[in-house]
Design a binder for this molecule. Structure first.
Ligand SMILES: [Zn+2]
Length: 465
């Protein structure tokens, strides 16, 4: 009875979609080899140690560009490309802040990325403190004008990092919103899940036509101290921020390929971003993402026979303040229809716990096979479709390229993110290797198949409301 329900078309689709037994064996072999492979660790150690912090537009970023191309060559990648694009740079200068009243206390700060500077002598003013971003938005101009605004909204710790988008708006939009009400400067509680005094930077709104004010972040304990003090006192703060910009600077997207053996024009684009903030050494953000995707592709490249499709790894050159996503799409708009899948690793190096597929992908037999290969790594296939595979592939996604998310456990990530504490000693080698195992085995299955995620998406039922 059941068998009669399977049409001939369904049977042939099932057969065509299933991985060959040999493919499954190869994927499992890659997975198990990756768990013992040191390549990702070596790449992370090399980049963080020998290049160091990699702010876009800095001399270090130029060295990182050469490092990336040389690394691809050394690991056997082909068709290595260095694609230049315009990217104005921003360089941090001296920064300091102190509480002046009700008593003097030095505040550990870091200027938000691309903040405007204060006048050379700094800004000293009374404080308007808001416990949430929403409180600032509804505050009357009279409560803000001529003051230094302080926002102390905390960030929620969550495995999927969902607290970041919610709390991060203080950093991204806070300076322009406070500026609209006449504030002189902004200090935010770091977008952080730690209890450390180390402050977190990260990009804020900038660019032509953006009305903004100098902005910096303070550590979590200091934000809490100010919040308690403000309940009974008028606070007064002095803030000094210096920085310079160079409108004529450039950045690069660097790529290398494991060429497909049968359908080399069909490309899977994966990667991480090579640039970092200037504090710390950008180990978790995102040396490990570069390392994971490069090491996974390298393992596949070492196979006696490459999979059918090409795997391209991109070291994106300007994620932190934007630019590489748009530049990559612009340079590759003519091959978008041939890019069968995209993915990015950019949430540190802790273990992957979930795979999100393009809409409609979960029902495909090959993806059921993939689920079985990933299960021993303690990764489940999420019912929710991939929505945002990464900032650097957002342009490709908007152009219709299907994407995946291999979701990393972000519970610890935002303790260190964008801080001087984002260093190699936060990387756990066994979890790093688990990431490589997941990417290598999953990529191989897709690369050696004909799966068409675009067609699956088109056929998928619309999401219910
Ligand atoms: Zn990142």
């Amino acid at each position: 009875m059941f068998r009669t329900l399977l049409t001939a078309a369904a049977v042939s689709a099932l057969l065509a979609g299933s991985a060959h037994a040999q493919d499954v064996k190869t994927a499992e072999g890659l997975r198990d080899k990756a768990l013992l492979d040191r390549t990702a660790w070596d790449i992370t150690e090399d980049l963080t140690t020998n290049i160091g912090p990699r702010l876009v537009g800095s001399p270090a970023m130029e060295r990182a560009k050469d490092w990336g191309a040389a690394k691809f060559k050394a690991l056997g990648f082909t068709n290595i490309k260095v694609e230049e694009f315009a990217k104005p740079s921003w360089t941090r200068g001296e920064e300091s802040a102190e509480l002046v009243g009700p008593y003097p206390m030095k505040l550990g700060i870091v200027g938000l990325g691309r903040t405007v500077p204060t006048p050379a002598g700094g800004i000293e003013a009374d404080v308007a403190l808001f416990k949430t971003y929403a409180d600032l938005i509804v505050a009357p101009e009279s409560a803000v004008k001529g003051k230094i605004v302080v926002i102390t909204q905390p960030m929620v710790k969550a495995q999927d990092g969902a607290g970041y988008g919610v709390a991060g708006i203080s950093r991204r939009a806070g300076p322009t919103e406070a500026a609209k009400k006449g504030a002189l400067a902004l200090l935010i509680r770091s977008i952080s899940t730690s209890d450390s005094t180390v402050p977190h930077t990260g990009v804020t709104a900038f660019g032509d036509g953006v009305v903004t004010i100098p902005a910096a972040a303070i550590g979590v304990p200091e934000a809490e101290q100010l919040e308690r003090l403000a309940a009974k006192n008028t606070l007064r703060i002095k803030l000094k921020l210096a920085s310079t910009v160079d409108a004529k600077d450039v950045a690069w997207n660097i790529s290398g390929e494991i060429k497909g053996s049968e359908k080399p024009d069909e490309v899977i684009v994966i990667g991480g971003h090579l640039d970092s903030w200037d504090v710390g050494t950008g180990a978790l953000d995102d040396a490990t993402g570069v390392a994971i995707t490069t090491a996974a592709a390298k393992l596949i490249g070492d196979l006696p026979k490459h999979p059918k499709r090409t795997i391209r790894v991109v070291m994106f050159g300007s994620e932190e303040s934007g630019g590489s996503s748009e530049a990559y799409l612009e340079a590759h708009k003519n091959e978008v229809s041939k890019i069968v899948l995209a993915g990015e690793s950019d949430t540190g190096a802790d273990r992957i716990y979930s795979l999100k597929l393009p809409a409609g992908g979960g029902a495909h037999p090959l993806m059921k096979t993939a689920a079985g290969v990933l299960a021993p790594l303690k990764i489940y296939v999420n019912q929710a479709p991939a929505a945002h595979g990464g900032a650097d592939i957002a342009g490709l996604e908007q152009a219709g390229v299907p994407s995946i998310e291999l979701e990393q456990d972000a519970t610890r990530y935002f303790d260190y993110h964008h801080t001087a504490d984002d260093t190699l000693n936060k990387v756990r080698p066994d979890e790093l290797a688990q990431n490589v195992a997941a990417w290598a085995s999953f990529l191989y299955l897709v690369a050696d198949s004909d799966i068409d995620f675009r067609a699956l998406k088109a056929a998928a039922p619309a999401a219910s409301h």
